[in-house]
Write a protein that binds this ligand. Structure first.
Ligand SMILES: Cc1cc2nc3c(=O)[nH]c(=O)nc-3n(C[C@H](O)[C@H](O)[C@H](O)COP(=O)(O)O)c2cc1C
Length: 327
């Protein structure tokens, strides 16, 4: 069993990575169904939370069926972090996660996300502001360092543990790498093998198959794995990894019925949570992923992204199911 504060997770938990514009409640519901053990919201700006921006507030929405679930925040100001920790606390998720890994300019420019990797003292202050203002377990997600010459994750892990975080997820890239190249898990393993480190260490970066999950589990010895991109349109990745770790055998891929069914549920959830119009619009980015690999699927995909009519969408999905079940 892996424990984060008083949250009990199964042995070698599989985490759904926080992903902006992706890991919203409708997507999380599908990932939960197929085996994600711990999930996070999209990152939420502390500035937005304090301003009471609608977009930030909406990201706080969590539901009992998805527990355990963490709310992720980012920011570069101690006071804003402290206030946001209080807001998150009142929302009662299972944990509060801090993002010190986001590489995008608009975040880094404000001294938040991965920018904080350049100033570990500041990172400790921002983290302490959260720890001191919530009764929830606080966790952190970050990268190996700012760039190739400043990979400071070993120091970061010790200092953050000392200030009270209860788990650390590490994406095996630097900020400078963005998403390029291959994630390097060797430093993640070093953090995990540091005898001073007692908190769970979760590895993240490029896990896209059950075989890779098993190989990385064994080679790097982490306490669990966080999966991001591979789960987009393919939430079965969680159950496939679990099955392979437990039995050494590969599960059959989802049937066309399962694929269309998950897509349908995602669409229904999206319309319910965001309202019909926005739900339909935002679902458009997901069809290609749910239908990936099906031959000559372009025509269906085009129709799915060109209608605003809910009944028509479900009818096209029905057609897809029938067509591909027959081939
Ligand atoms: C579309 C997208 C949005 C992301 N948004 C966030 C975010 O809000 N917070 C965060 O900590 N990481 C974010 N990430 C990074 C992922 O959580 C993860 O660290 C990264 O994708 C590497 O894992 P993977 O190779 O399994 O995808 C995002 C990644 C993607 C692709």
């Amino acid at each position: 069993m892996v424990k984060i504060g008083n949250i009990e997770l199964p042995d070698f938990p599989l985490l759904l990575a926080p992903m902006e514009d992706v890991s919203d409640p409708p997507f999380r519901a599908v990932c939960k169904e197929y085996g994600a053990d711990l999930m996070y919201t999209e990152f939420i700006s502390t500035e937005g939370l304090i301003r009471d921006a609608i977009k930030s507030r909406q990201k706080l929405d969590i539901f009992d069926y998805e527990r355990p679930v963490g709310i992720q925040i980012f920011g570069g100001d101690e006071e804003a972090m402290a206030l946001s920790a209080k807001i998150v606390d009142a929302t009662q998720p299972d944990l509060l996660d801090i993002n010190f890994g986001c590489p995008v300019k608009k975040v880094v420019c404000k001294g938040a996300g991965a920018a904080v990797l350049k100033d570990v003292d500041q990172m400790v202050r921002l983290t302490k502001a959260c720890v001191d203002n919530t009764s929830l377990p606080v966790t952190v997600k970050t990268r190996l360092g700012w760039d190739e010459r400043s990979k400071n994750i070993e120091e970061v892990a010790e200092r953050l543990q000392d200030v009270g975080i209860q788990a650390l997820s590490i994406h095996g890239r630097t900020r400078a790498q963005l998403y390029k190249g291959e994630a390097d898990w060797t430093l993640i393993a070093k953090v995990k093998n540091n005898p001073r480190i007692k908190i769970p260490i979760f590895g993240n970066g490029d896990i896209d198959s059950p075989q890779k999950a098993k190989e990385y589990k064994e080679r790097y010895g982490v306490d669990g794995i966080m999966v991001g991109r591979a789960a987009i349109g393919y939430p079965w990745i969680f159950r496939e990894i679990k099955h392979y770790l437990a039995t050494g055998e590969l599960l059959d891929p989802p049937t066309i019925q399962e694929r269309v069914d998950a897509c349908r549920k995602h669409l229904q959830g999206s319309m319910r949570w965001k309202g019909e119009k926005l739900g339909i619009l935002e679902m458009r980015r997901h069809y290609a992923n749910y239908l990936r690999g099906l031959s000559h699927v372009k025509e269906y995909r085009n129709r799915l992204v060109n209608t605003m009519d809910a009944a028509e969408l479900f009818s096209i999905l029905q057609e897809v199911e029938m067509h591909y079940a027959a081939v």
